[in-house]
Design a protein around this ligand. Structure first.
Ligand SMILES: *Cc1c(COP(=O)(O)O)cnc(C)c1O
Length: 226
């Protein structure tokens, strides 16, 4: 079931301020995606490769599929033919594999680098130092990496009721995004995406400067599993 009034309200608010709403449809049925698509939603996010390729094959071709989960290098080839944006690149090795698979498919694939700031051990992503190492490697080989385009940063806040802490985490992610845009991507207009915020914390993400939010349960209801 899709919550249409919530979708309308979010889109009105986001469209007015240039924020992209990614509707996170993981674990949700094809019919839910079709329902939102028919209202005009084109950006959808999925976390699992197998689920994504099944849905992509069954749904309209104008959908922009965002891969927002942890991506293993050996699975890049399955989504490389169609994926719109890979949000959670967490190593140079993965970047190299995306470059390779994008070239094979004669495409340029847009990606975000995932920054780890949350306090939980379980969350994926690079810390600032690892991200800088990754970008140094990338710069050194940029001439041969023309099929992968780094468009910004993605991150998650600590899972806590403390809204101040959540805002602080998002502000850190936004600050790194701004720093990188000055130090590595000066003049590169495509480096423009800060993907932060989910159903429970998107107001803080937007307050911190986020311009892409990934919302699942607010639109589709609570998930039964995962
Ligand atoms: C599941 C998921 C979301 C959406 O979470 P909700 O709380 O349902 O809005 C956003 N981002 C990532 C990376 C996710 O895995």
């Amino acid at each position: 079931m899709v919550n249409e009034p919530v979708w309308k309200q979010l889109r009105e608010e986001f469209d007015a301020s240039g924020i992209t709403l990614v509707a996170v449809s993981k674990t949700k049925p094809i019919e839910d995606i079709t329902a939102l698509h028919s209202l005009g939603q084109l950006d959808f996010g999925e976390n699992y490769v197998q689920e994504l390729i099944e849905k992509q094959a069954a749904l309209p071709a104008d959908i922009k599929w965002h891969f927002i989960g942890h991506l293993q290098s050996n699975k890049v080839k399955y989504i490389a033919p169609f994926v719109h944006l890979i949000h959670a690149v967490d190593s140079f090795r993965l970047l190299l594999e995306i470059e390779k698979q994008a070239a094979k498919n004669n495409r340029t694939i847009d990606v975000l680098l995932q920054l780890h700031v949350a306090e939980e051990e379980t969350k994926f992503g690079m810390d600032e130092k690892e991200m800088i190492d990754c970008l140094d490697h990338y710069e050194a080989q940029a001439a041969s990496m023309t099929h992968v385009r780094i468009c910004g940063v993605m991150g998650m806040a600590t899972n806590t009721e403390d809204e101040g802490k959540v805002l602080h985490d998002f502000q850190r992610i936004y600050a790194v995004f701004k720093n990188l845009s000055q130090s590595y991507f000066l003049g590169k207009k495509y480096f423009s995406i800060c993907s932060i915020g989910m159903s429970g914390d998107y107001p803080q993400a937007i307050a911190a400067g986020g311009n892409m939010v990934r919302i699942g349960s607010l639109l589709f209801g609570e998930r039964q599993y995962h």
